[in-house]
Design a protein around this ligand. Structure first.
Ligand code: ZN
Ligand code: ZN
Length: 210
């Protein structure tokens, strides 16, 4: 965990081996500090390895893909998400106000979500997690969720009581029914990537498409 290094991220509670672009000892490309935990980040218009302090102070940022749109330093400062291709209904289902995406006039259902800048800035000061097909952050109770890591059978069995398969279905929405312990969602790579709500405590997650 990052706590072993004396650092922590409010939205990343998974093992640090799941973090993308993390190196335990590197030189910061912004402040010049040597031998620091560093993260592949963006600053101005270039890629940079930023130390924890520079990343957390907003001197660098890590673009995020989320289920209600992408987040960059530009969009975070404005309090909205930025991706093309997110439907208004998806944004409103998560409890956010949607505004039309002005650069896509031919696709009026595509929208931005209006989200407090503080939550968007927290997201871009958090590492991505390793996936096959892309790190996509989830929301619950109108807040970004906390990434807790890849769960396999033991994690679902520990929390799912007598019926881990039913618990799995509540966490991984839209996953077709399968025989517990004998199906691809739980074998090999590809997730499931699981989050915890920082408000209500429920878990949500997703799996890479086969
Ligand atoms: Zn630095
Ligand atoms: Zn919640």
């Amino acid at each position: 965990m990052f706590a072993d290094l004396g650092i922590s991220f409010p939205l990343f509670a998974a093992p640090r081996a799941e973090a993308v672009g993390f190196s335990e000892r590197s030189n910061c490309g912004i402040c010049g500090a040597a031998g620091k935990a560093a993260f592949a980040s963006r600053a101005e218009h270039h890629d940079v390895a930023a130390c924890f302090d520079c990343l957390r102070a907003g001197r660098a940022w890590i673009a995020k893909d989320t289920e209600i749109g992408g987040v960059s330093a530009y969009s975070a400062a404005r309090g909205w998400t930025d991706a093309v291709g997110i439907r208004r209904s998806e944004i409103e289902r998560q409890g956010f106000r949607a505004i039309a995406h002005e650069v896509e006039p031919d696709s009026p259902e595509w929208s931005r979500a209006v989200v407090p800048t503080a939550d968007l800035e927290e997201l871009i000061r958090t590492p991505d997690f390793l996936t096959w097909q892309g790190c996509r952050w989830l929301f619950c109770c109108r807040r970004p969720m906390v990434y807790v890591g890849v769960w396999k059978e033991p994690e679902f069995e520990e929390r799912g009581g007598a019926d881990p398969a039913a618990f799995f279905q509540t966490v991984i929405e839209g996953c077709p029914a399968f025989e517990w312990g004998r199906h691809a969602p739980l074998s090999g790579a590809g997730g499931p990537y699981v989050f915890r709500c920082q408000v209500c405590g429920r878990h949500r997650g997703y799996i890479d498409m086969p």
